[in-house]
Design a protein around this ligand. Structure first.
Ligand SMILES: [Ca+2]
Ligand SMILES: [Ca+2]
Length: 154
């Protein structure tokens, strides 16, 4: 399942990149639905609407039930969804006490594994201090996201 999602993302990215070079840069509801079917991921009408709303909340539906979707927005939403998934997986992998946050020891282990070198606890403390915006001594999803964006990791 995990691999399927990754594959779908890769395919969608390629298609988006390709189609975005066409004149309009827009996709209609029907073409999006067909695209999902072709990729082996048929979606219901509700799911389709949710996808579209995630891409563009202000999208205007035309009288024939069609809607134009900006490919740049679709692409951005997909990238964000992918990043979200990666970060959740990262937290899950290293959240040893299962409280949904990373404390300094968990962060140290995570960085040791990722960077393949022993992390100095003083450095970890400094990173924690910087990233722990609400000062509760552990890093939440949002705090980790900001840290990763700052260091260009995702
Ligand atoms: Ca934890
Ligand atoms: Ca915190």
């Amino acid at each position: 399942m995990e691999n399927n999602r990754k594959k779908l993302f890769a395919e969608l990215k390629e298609i988006c990149a390709f189609l975005n070079t066409t004149d309009t840069g827009f996709l209609t509801v029907d073409s999006l639905r067909n695209l999902m079917v072709e990729l082996g991921h048929p979606v219901s009408e509700t799911e389709l609407k949710e996808m579209i709303n995630a891409v563009d909340k202000n999208a205007e539906w035309e009288s024939n039930g069609q809607i134009k979707i900006d490919f740049n927005n679709l692409y951005r939403v997909m990238l964000e969804a992918e990043r979200d998934e990666q970060l959740k997986l990262f937290i899950k992998m290293f959240d040893f006490d299962k409280d949904g946050y990373l404390n300094s020891e968990e962060l140290r282990l995570a960085l040791t594994v990722i960077l393949e070198e022993d992390m100095d606890m003083a450095l970890i403390d400094a990173m924690m201090k910087e990233a722990d915006a609400d000062g509760d001594g552990r890093l939440s999803y949002d705090e980790l996201l900001k840290m990763f964006i700052k260091y260009g990791k995702i």
